[in-house]
Design a protein around this ligand. Structure first.
Ligand code: ADP
Ligand code: MG
Length: 790
């Protein structure tokens, strides 16, 4: 103990010297001047005292006042200054990956250090932190995961939970766990940070914790609603011919879904009514809702374009921030604006985008950039470089952003805000027990927050692209995520935390979900076999467990994870009697000539995830004869299995387990290792549908199998998981494999092979069949790493 103590003391002194040197340097001084100009600086002493005296405090303050970048830093600095730097460990959670990354980079720059030194970050599959990191920005999901294995957060001195006003599921979940932890860790400090004023809710939850408000300086922002915007821009919404293609398509959908019997001109009249006569309140809430959606959707991008033109031509200089719903909208609008004579002119307009996720095609670019830039994520890099910088004189900066620019990220020079009034949020379709990510109306609080973004440097303007009466019909605050999403995967997480009954645990939440919703989730988990009758986590079928472990070891974890989850539930491919043929064709589209039902499942699942991200999960399932509910179950199970394997130490945090996921033969090999001895010979095929198994039995391919559609199969063997006896014996899902795969991964069959390392491999495989030998996993991994490199 005392040796360690001495080491830390010495390290603390070094930290103090380095900090002082930076603060006295010219750049450090300049940085300090900037930091002193932030509203939070005036409250610094008060804050430090409050944190020293209370276990929990709640801090509220306008976005941009310096909560995220300054407060954790104040603590770090004061600990370092008092010679205790190496003894403190501060964690600050963010709801989104990208803000954790951007903020950590900013804070290390403010301290004149490279990222990963005193300040680091950690998000799923990526991170930069070292042994000297004492302030860590991470996603709330990462902290939750840490709590799974480290119930007491040993060594952590301060936890900041940021952006609690968003009421994300992970944040609400964290608060329950941390509240439970506080009595056990009297020395731990918890600081909650919120961008809005409703601090009492949180303060009450923690037994009246003191609240501190950081008064901000903001200039007044003038709000314009659709009525004014139409007048200002001269944009006319008189006939539907003026609706652009995008709007037409949306309109068509909306019309079909919500207003089936109304004709186009009737709808136009209704909208006009809503806009001009503002007797909106007289409509039923359903009509009001569909009407409101319709107005926003059919206006589409042309109105945004008109507003942007208006700003560029008529208004004073200043950057523009446009709030949109998601990546698809942002990229469509960007493409449209690029071809506009004024807005697309790079000498006059700097068009930027800012969003949390990237589409698949850009992930390729991202990967290339990752290679070029070493560790820096493309998106991150992109944010750092342009978003925060001032545009050159005479060039107008326009940033198209999702609601992440609402509170997590501050762009300083914004004077104009264009607000489309919607954000993507996960909603819960109780009827089908499926979540969907759909654009929905924001709350009044969000609309005000968006408006506020325009008043940071001078008085600003905000253009809300919806009628005032629609704004007045918005909910005051957004419903917490915990109350609007199904609780399936959350319940699994609760179970892995081993904190007792799910119902009891959730009843301790800030705003507990309905007992019925909890019951639904538990029933669902029982139905898919993830929980047993007593609500305990069930064990995995050992064969599938083996496949998972092999997938992790052979670094093709992700597809194997999907396959194992799929084999643990029902088949997601539906085969309705009356549309059998269509359904079979739909499934064969996923087979891409790889002669594998298992890989078809992986493709179907991946496609569904992409579709979900775009909010079209339902349509996708409908088109492809897939069961959304089963895909959802697969999704939940994937999470559960990942937890289990991570706990067993079999998954690398850096994504190394997926380095070879694109290698098809490897995935085939792992499938074979898991499903053996379910092998049938293709060579000894008897008729076009029947095959001979190893034990000389005759089996038929299930009609829905992709392999049933081929006359010839270019593999000598098919490996399968399940035989079903109807009137003959059928095999359900099968995958073609080669001789060498069978020899290497086909269990007992390989005993004839002489090569020494194959024997060793086999030995290890037999070894880890015994689940009590957890340490052997790691040894096996080392050995196999060597093998793979050969
Ligand atoms: P809050 O968390 O209260 O919303 P932040 O701590 O994120 O505020 O930001 C405080 C201020 O620091 C912002 O107003 C902005 O001026 C500045 N800032 C934050 N991030 C960056 C960055 N990456 N580059 C330049 N300035 C930044
Ligand atoms: Mg912040």
């Amino acid at each position: 103990g005392s040796v360690m103590e001495k080491v830390l003391q010495r390290r603390s002194l070094q930290m103090r010297n380095m900090q002082r040197a930076w603060q006295e340097s010219p750049e450090g001084n300049k940085m300090l001047d900037f930091r002193k100009s932030l509203p939070s600086f005036k409250e610094k002493e008060r804050l430090l005292q409050a944190i020293a005296r209370n276990q929990v405090i709640v801090i509220s303050g306008e976005t941009g006042c310096g909560k995220t970048t300054q407060l954790p830093q104040y603590i770090l600095e004061s600990e370092i200054e008092s010679g205790r730097g190496a003894f403190c460990n501060i964690i600050c959670t963010q709801p989104r990956r990208i803000s954790a990354m951007a903020v950590s980079e900013r804070v290390s720059a403010e301290r004149g250090e490279p990222l990963g030194e005193t300040v680091g970050y950690k998000v799923r599959l990526e991170g930069m932190k070292g042994k000297n990191t004492h302030l860590l920005f991470c996603t709330s999901g990462i902290l939750l995961r840490r709590l799974l294995s480290d119930h007491n957060l040993n060594g952590v001195t301060h936890v900041f939970v940021d952006e609690i006003h968003e009421r994300g599921m992970n944040e609400d979940f964290l608060l329950i766990v941390l509240k439970d932890l506080l009595p056990r860790r009297r020395d731990l400090r918890l600081i909650l940070m919120s961008a809005t004023l409703n601090a009492e809710l949180f303060s009450n939850y923690f037994g009246g914790a003191p609240t501190i408000h950081i008064p901000g300086f903001t200039y007044p922002v003038q709000a314009h609603f659709l009525e004014d915007v139409l007048e200002m821009t001269g944009y006319k919404l008189t006939s539907l011919n003026q609706v652009d293609d995008y709007g037409q398509e949306k309109l068509w959908k909306t019309q079909r879904q919500l207003l089936p019997r109304k004709r186009k001109n009737q709808i136009t009249a209704l909208v006009e009514d809503a806009l001009h006569k503002s007797n909106f309140e007289n409509y039923s809430s359903r009509a009001r809702d569909s009407l409101a959606s319709w107005t926003a959707d059919c206006i589409g991008f042309n109105l945004i374009e008109a507003v942007l033109c208006h700003i560029c031509r008529k208004e004073c200089p200043g950057a523009v921030l446009v709030f949109m719903t998601g990546w698809e909208d942002i990229s469509c609008l960007r493409d449209q604006l690029k071809s506009h004579p004024l807005l697309g002119d790079p000498n006059r307009v700097l068009l930027l985008t800012c969003h949390g996720s990237m589409p698949t095609s850009e992930q390729v670019v991202n990967a290339v950039f990752d290679l070029l830039l070493g560790f820096t994520n493309f998106c991150h890099h992109f944010l750092q470089k342009f978003i925060f910088e001032k545009a050159p004189p005479n060039i107008r900066k326009i940033v198209l952003a999702t609601n992440m620019a609402e509170a997590s990220i501050t762009i300083n020079d914004i004077v104009f805000v264009v607000d489309c009034g919607k954000a993507k949020e996960t909603t819960y379709d109780a009827l089908n027990n499926t979540p969907c990510l759909l654009p929905s109306w924001i709350s009044q609080a969000s609309a005000r927050q968006r408006r506020g973004r325009a008043g940071r440097v001078q008085p600003g303007q905000c253009y809300h692209l919806y009628p005032r009466c629609v704004y007045e019909a918005f909910a005051e605050y957004q419903l917490p995520e915990l109350l609007r999403t199904p609780l399936n995967s959350l319940c699994l997480q609760i179970k892995s935390l081993q904190v007792g009954s799910i119902g009891e645990f959730l009843s301790a939440a800030l705003q507990p979900p309905e007992p019925l919703a909890v019951q639904n989730a538990v029933d669902f988990l029982k139905r898919i076999g993830a929980l047993d009758e007593k609500e305990n986590l069930t064990n995995l079928d050992p064969k599938l467990g083996k496949m998972l472990v092999m997938g992790a070891i052979f670094r093709c974890f992700d597809p194997v994870l999907t396959i194992v989850s799929g084999l643990s539930v029902r088949d997601p491919f539906l085969l309705p009697q009356e549309k059998k043929n269509l359904a079979e064709i739909a499934k064969s589209r996923f087979s891409a000539k790889d002669y594998s039902d298992h890989m078809a499942l992986v493709r179907a699942y991946e496609g569904w995830k992409d579709a979900e991200r775009e909010g079209s999960g339902y349509e996708y399932c409908w088109r492809n004869f897939l069961s959304a509910q089963t895909l959802q179950a697969i999704h939940s199970l994937r999470k559960q299995f990942t937890f289990i394997l991570r706990d067993a130490g079999l998954l690398d945090e850096d994504g190394g387990n997926n380095k070879l996921s694109h290698n098809q033969s490897l995935v085939r090999a792992v499938i074979c290792s898991g499903l053996f001895p379910g092998i049938t010979s293709v060579v000894h095929r008897e008729t076009s549908m029947s095959f001979k198994t190893m034990d000389d039995g005759q089996v038929f391919l299930y009609a829905n199998s992709v392999n049933a559609r081929y006359q010839t199969i270019p593999y000598p063997w098919l490996v399968f998981g399940e035989k079903i006896k109807v009137n003959a014996v059928f095999i359900r899902d099968s995958t073609g494999i080669s001789d060498s795969i069978l020899i290497l991964f086909g269990g007992a069959l390989s005993s004839g092979v002489q090569a020494g390392h194959l024997k060793m491999l086999q030995g290890y495989i037999d070894f880890f069949m015994d689940p009590s030998l957890a340490e052997c996993f790691l040894k096996l991994k080392e050995e196999l790493d060597k093998l793979i490199q050969k």
